[in-house]
Design a protein around this ligand. Sequence first.
Ligand code: KIV
Ligand code: NA
Length: 265
Amino acid sequence: IKRVTTHTIQELKNKGEKISALTAYDYSMARVVDAAGVELILVGDSASNVMAGHETTLPITLDQMIYHASSVVRAVKRALVVVDLPFGSYQGNSSEALRSAIRIMKESGAHAVKLEGGLEVKESIVRILSAGVPVMGHLGLTPQSIYKFGTYAVRAKEEAEAQKLMDDARMLEDIGCFSVVLEKIPAALTRQVSQSLQIPTIGIGAGPDADGQILVLHDLLGITKDFKPRFLRRYADLSTIMTEAIAHYVDDVKARDFPNENEAY
Ligand code: KIV
Ligand code: NA
């Protein structure tokens, strides 16, 4: 199998083929996601919500991200594996940002890192890039700033914020990011940014004109039940399937049906 690289991702945009991306946080799921043909797997700090049950992405630590990332890397044969730098591991101190990125690359074997923000984190990104580590940007609704925003509503609906987003996107391309995630912004703004950048944009809740799409795996599979934003398409109802399977098992145990004689030694 030929591995997907940051160059492959760029070639997909160049030839007008959409890029498919999903999150994964553990070995078993990452095996399935990779084998199914997704080009980019993000070990997102959404693990804080999905894996650990926190209300926000802020509590997850660098060590915990490295644990998730190394599990995913062991599973993946083809996809590009990108890992989120968690809150507090890169903001406001480019030396610490570089140290965090190097720990992720060394200790997990991942292929790239992602971090949130524009101009505010420019020095951190430049420092990481200078070490030869590919960086993916993330603009729009950046969940690590949820207490600044105060709401998970659509970002950049106003002219000033849209202009800053376009400036930040251009800056991320200019300093050498290989791609940028656009989260929960108007579709028209995504179209404008995607057309004006050479590097691919990966959208979530950002409309059809991003160069690729990403979703949280557990949302797509219907494992998370109560999260239902307009942008989410559920491709399965695993929550129901899993609940029925487990309830069936409980019944069989109670009824002394499981294990049967073929299932015993
Ligand atoms: O952490 C995450 O899952 C993400 C994606 C939604 C882009 O950052
Ligand atoms: Na994230």
